[in-house]
Design a protein around this ligand. Structure first.
Ligand code: UDP
Ligand code: MG
Length: 342
């Protein structure tokens, strides 16, 4: 059942990084949907160290609609961390993270809320199709989700991004997870609770460019796999065991052969092959140990996940507000209502 806080019903969380050109359309579509729903809401925007006009634009929108609240991080921390900050600052009974580039249709929010009111704690939006993405991106995404599905300790739903509805009690659990490697999709799945899916077609990015190149995606995939699976770490024990068993057999064969046929010197090729092969395997397994060790190291350092430079609009909600609030100034230039521009 939905937990009622008695006040704010709905929080939308938007991590934003250099999205200035999308904001007007985003808010126009989002606000139309939210007005139709008619519940009290807040839109928590996390400015993740953008270096375009995103922050002034967000603040101008906030000036127009005070339900838009802004948390300004001190630099770019990455989407997963920005999302975590959003969860910390959101105060609604239902919380919905959504991308700023309109790849997640705001029109689906009504449907997500409907399922939540039926009693589900997590309603995730699963992509039926991904438009505007290259076959390589689609294929790698597919391969990634399938791999994670096979080796992860917690089942992570396929083709599902961060666009979903989370009940307040789920958010409270997520806020308590201390880990620094924030693979949100995995964490969302790990918490459990009653979950269900709604389906949608993923649209192409509206404007700007994705900041995810393949190197970032690869690292993201590594984060996902290493934080939710121990298989890569454990498999080397078995590999070592089978290789040792085989070499033992081979050694007995060599001894027998030497005893029967005498000593023969040739064997450079097989020796080289064996040395190189095992050298490679050893480096690979060491590298994988390193991947896990690096993450353990990160956790041990215990740094805060993000640093907030300033935030706007949280005075009433009890979340501590840092003293610097440069932009929350009534003299700020206003923007025209984006709905009228369409
Ligand atoms: N984003 C962010 N910090 C980053 C990169 C992205 O907050 O370092 C935000 C971005 O503004 C957008 C969302 O995360 O709202 C998804 O980013 P993007 O569209 O680049 O990812 P994709 O859709 O390709 O997965
Ligand atoms: Mg996108």
């Amino acid at each position: 059942m939905a937990l009622s806080t008695g006040k704010l019903e709905l929080s939308i969380i938007i991590p934003v990084y250099n999205e200035a050109e999308n904001l007007a359309h985003l808010f126009a579509r989002l606000e139309t949907v939210l007005q139709q729903i008619g519940e009290p809401y807040e839109i928590v925007c996390i400015n993740d160290g953008s270096h375009d006009a995103t922050l002034p634009s967000l603040l101008a929108h906030r000036h127009r609609n005070p339900a838009i609240r802004v948390v300004n991080l001190s630099r770019n921390f990455g989407k997963e961390v920005a999302l975590t900050a959003g969860l910390d600052y959101a105060s609604g009974a239902a919380v919905i993270p959504i991308d700023a580039d309109l790849q997640d249709p705001p029109e689906l929010i009504g449907e997500l809320l409907g399922k939540w009111r039926e009693g589900y704690d997590v309603v995730y939006a699963t992509r039926r199709s991904r438009q505007g993405e290259s076959w390589l991106k689609r294929w790698t995404a597919r391969a990634f989700y399938r791999t994670v599905e096979k080796i992860s300790d917690t089942p992570i739903p396929r083709d599902t991004g961060d666009f979903r509805l989370l009940d307040r009690r789920v958010v409270e659990v997520l806020k308590q997870l201390p880990e620094r490697t924030r693979f949100m999709k995995g964490l969302f799945a790990w918490v459990g609770f009653s979950q269900t899916a709604v389906f949608f077609d993923r649209e192409p990015r509206r404007g700007g460019r994705t900041t995810w190149n393949y190197w970032k995606l690869w690292n993201f995939a590594l984060d996902g796999i290493t934080s939710f699976s121990l298989v890569p770490l454990k498999v080397w024990g078995y590999a070592g065991l089978s290789i040792s068993a085989l070499s033992l057999l081979y050694a007995s064969f060599l001894i027998l052969r030497t005893l029967i046929l005498g000593i023969d010197v040739p064997g450079y090729a097989s020796l080289m092959v064996a040395v190189l092969f095992f050298g490679g395997i050893q480096l690979l397994s060491l590298g994988i140990m390193g991947e896990y060790l690096a993450r353990v190291y990160q956790e041990v350092k215990g740094r805060p996940l993000y640093v907030v430079r300033d935030c706007y609009g949280f005075e009433a909600s009890g979340v501590p507000v840092p003293p610097l609030a440069l932009w929350d100034d009534p003299a700020l230039p206003t923007v025209t209502d984006p709905t009228s521009k369409r």
